[in-house]
Design a protein around this ligand. Structure first.
Ligand code: ISE
Length: 334
């Protein structure tokens, strides 16, 4: 079966997804695109040979669309995921599933009603070779119990009109999912420490340092710095009982010139995670084709990340540690 896909939101991320679905992912075809900016949608539609829609809900219901990728602005994710669930269509939603906990709860309820796990959340780091290698070592237990995790998340510049809250719900949220997925446990508490803001921070709390503890007692430091100027960089180091694991910048080539040695850094996350994104898309398409459960992050994972985001926003506002209260997972919720 060829999966006919539609993309809602063709900004930087959505356009990249559209190109991959049209060009490098097998077993699928890009048939439809929509963007609030019709010119943007039109140019992606023309480039990728897809139909441009002027109504996202019409796109979702269209007979030539089997599955939908949502990459519109964060605040609109929930409404489009709900429309996909109402139409009984699988949906890959870019992170966050919704910026707030209530939105994720509505998605979980709609999915339970649909009676199928139709939602995948785009936490692409789960498909990155480096993070996967780290997870293998954590799982084989050879290093003993994880004790400390240090995460660094730096952007050259923030994506759109960023606020301190969106630095948490849109950027730090990757770290929340990584901690949960890598250590296979839930985050129990969050504290947010403020540095003095960078000159380019434009009124936001940038950088910030989040300290998390996990249910089993590991501790995590996560630096989020989105106006780092020099380039995009994600690092992660695990300290365990019998050794450490370091996910460093993966650029394979070291350039030596003028008495200096150095590795290039990408301008943003797309080159850094291009392979991971394409693996994520391939995996999703395969799951849709066989009507199997989605294998990436689930709606429940998106909900867990939103619970931590909400606690982090409260921690930032109050300056106090916050507990993350995770309710019992109802059997139907994935
Ligand atoms: C952006 O939306 C992403 O998804 C990137 O992966 C992340 O690194 C960046 O901070 C976000 O703003």
């Amino acid at each position: 079966m060829t999966v006919r896909t539609g993309v809602i939101g063709t900004g930087v991320m959505g356009a990249a997804h559209a190109r991959w679905l049209a060009g490098s992912v097998s077993g699928c075809e890009l048939t439809a695109v929509y963007d609030i900016d019709a010119g943007q949608a039109d140019s992606v539609a023309t480039e990728c040979g897809a139909r441009m829609f002027d109504d996202p809900v019409v796109l979702i219901k269209d007979d030539d669309v089997d599955a939908v990728l949502v990459a519109s602005s964060d605040a609109t994710h929930e409404q489009f995921v709900l429309a996909c669930l109402a139409a009984g269509k699988p949906v890959l939603c870019e992170k966050p599933l919704a910026p707030d906990v209530a939105g994720c709860e509505r998605v979980l309820a709609a999915q339970a009603e649909a009676g199928a796990s139709l939602t995948t959340v785009g936490f692409m780091r789960r498909y990155d070779a480096g993070y996967l290698a780290m997870r293998d070592v954590v799982q084989d237990g050879s290093l003993g119990r994880p004790l400390v995790l240090h995460c660094v998340h730096r952007n050259a510049s923030p994506v759109a009109a960023a606020s301190s809250t969106t630095l948490i719900t849109s950027s730090a949220v990757h770290e929340f999912d990584v901690v949960h997925w890598l250590l296979d446990e839930e985050i129990a508490t969050v504290t947010v420490h403020r540095s003095r803001p960078a000159s380019a921070a434009a009124g936001t709390q940038d950088p910030m340092l989040l300290v998390l503890t996990t249910a089993s007692g590991a501790i995590v430091s996560a630096e989020v710095f989105t106006t780092a100027a020099y380039g995009y960089e994600v690092r992660c180091e695990l300290v365990a009982e019998r050794g450490t694991l370091l996910l460093d910048d993966p650029a394979p080539v070291v350039l030596r010139r003028d008495r200096q040695a150095g590795r290039g850094l990408p301008a943003d996350w797309i080159p850094r995670f291009a392979q991971a994104y394409q693996r994520e898309l391939q995996d999703w398409i395969q799951a849709v084709a066989v009507e199997g459960p989605a294998r990436g992050a689930t709606a429940w994972d998106g909900y867990l990340a939103a619970l931590v985001s909400a606690a982090a926003v409260a921690a930032l506002e109050t300056g106090l540690p916050q507990h993350v209260r995770v309710p019992e997972r109802p059997a139907l919720y994935r």
